[in-house]
Design a binder for this molecule. Structure first.
Ligand SMILES: *Cc1c(COP(=O)(O)O)cnc(C)c1O
Length: 334
């Protein structure tokens, strides 16, 4: 398979027109108490308030909108541990096409239920022993469905880029932009927008400390693949960057930094107590790295942070914020 050309800021602008009136224009949250805690001016882009509870709806709807009539008839297939699944399921329903989603057995039950609720078929697999890409590709070939991957797709990257495009429209003079990093769709899209609109801003990606394949990939100048990382950030348990996301990150990102599970719990507590917001562990990667100082030299500056998702079972949320990452271990995600 040949790699499609890399998306550009023009693709992000086109995605913004496709999403106008379909995706929510999410608010940017501020808090003086948070600024005092962080030692800088924090502007939080609230994508946990996006449709399906995460920014993934933007990329999925943008990608599915480009399907031709034959592709729409056969429908879409996706594999995901959660938010991309819900996003593809809802986008498919809105566009009137069938959807099949391949999800791990231990995906958060809330996310599975939501995916089914949007009318998609769910096929499950064992994350520790089976290869979801092989399962998905075989099913798609059998059914003539088009695969939309969670991050390594030009339409997905362009759609995710609208998050930081909007953030920079609302807060044009940001010094620093910080986003969570899994496979890099959100960060690559953010870079397309930031480099076009705010070229002087520093842009950081934050991944779980247990799964720092992104940081290592940039260090080694090639896509590094790791084993499934054990972290509470289930939305960023990706094994490697993509063929499209890697070169965009390599050419544009200031640095990739990490957050530990304990730092994620601290950030979830801050989001809940100071901001009154329920944000999932993956969703606070950026906030955690700003609070911990992993994002360097932010003192007194204007820092934009993407809160990327809010899909966490209430029981698990309660266990995490009261007992911490270890204490919540016994609370099943399924
Ligand atoms: C998918 C996801 C991420 C990571 O996004 P990538 O595009 O894979 O880097 C971060 N946060 C949440 C809530 C997600 O669902």
């Amino acid at each position: 398979m040949t790699t499609p050309p890399l998306p550009t800021y023009a693709d992000v602008q086109a995605a913004a027109r496709i999403l106008d009136g379909v995706a929510h224009r999410t608010p940017v949250l501020r808090s003086r108490r948070l600024d005092a805690l962080a030692g800088c001016e924090v502007h939080l882009k609230a994508e946990h308030l996006q449709r399906v509870g995460a920014f993934k709806f933007r990329g999925a709807f943008t990608a599915l909108s480009a399907f031709d009539a034959d592709q729409r008839r056969a429908g879409v297939l996706a594999w995901s541990s959660g938010n991309h699944a819900q996003a593809v399921a809802l986008a498919a329903r809105e566009l009137g096409m069938p959807a099949t989603i391949v999800m791990p057995h231990d995906a958060p039950e809330l996310k599975v239920a939501a995916t089914l609720g949007y009318g998609a078929e769910v096929v499950r697999y064992d994350r520790w022993t089976e290869d979801r890409e092989a399962i998905g590709a075989a099913l798609a070939a059998e059914r003539g469905m088009t695969v939309v991957p969670p991050y390594d797709h030009p339409g997905v990257i362009a759609g995710q880029g609208t998050v930081v495009k909007e953030l920079l429209e609302d807060v044009p003079d940001l010094d620093v932009v910080v986003t969570p990093l899994g496979g890099g769709g959100l960060l690559a899209g953010s870079l397309l927008s930031a480099r076009a609109v705010a070229p002087r801003a520093r842009v950081y990606g934050v991944e779980p400390a247990a799964g720092d394949d992104g940081r290592r990939s940039l260090e080694e100048g090639r896509i590094v693949t790791i084993g499934t990382p054990r972290t509470i950030a289930d939305g960023a348990q990706t094994l490697h960057l993509g063929e499209l996301t890697f070169p965009i990150l390599r050419d544009g990102v200031t640095e990739v930094v990490t957050a530990t599970d304990d730092q994620l719990v601290t950030a979830m507590r801050v989001a809940a107590s100071v901001l009154k917001q329920v944000v999932e562990p993956t969703g606070v990667l950026g906030l955690a790295a700003v609070l911990s100082g992993a994002v360097p030299q932010t003192a007194g500056l204007r820092v934009g942070v993407v809160l990327s998702g809010g899909n966490v079972d209430l029981e698990r949320f309660a266990a995490l914020v009261t007992q911490g990452a270890d204490g919540a271990e016994g609370v099943e995600q399924t």
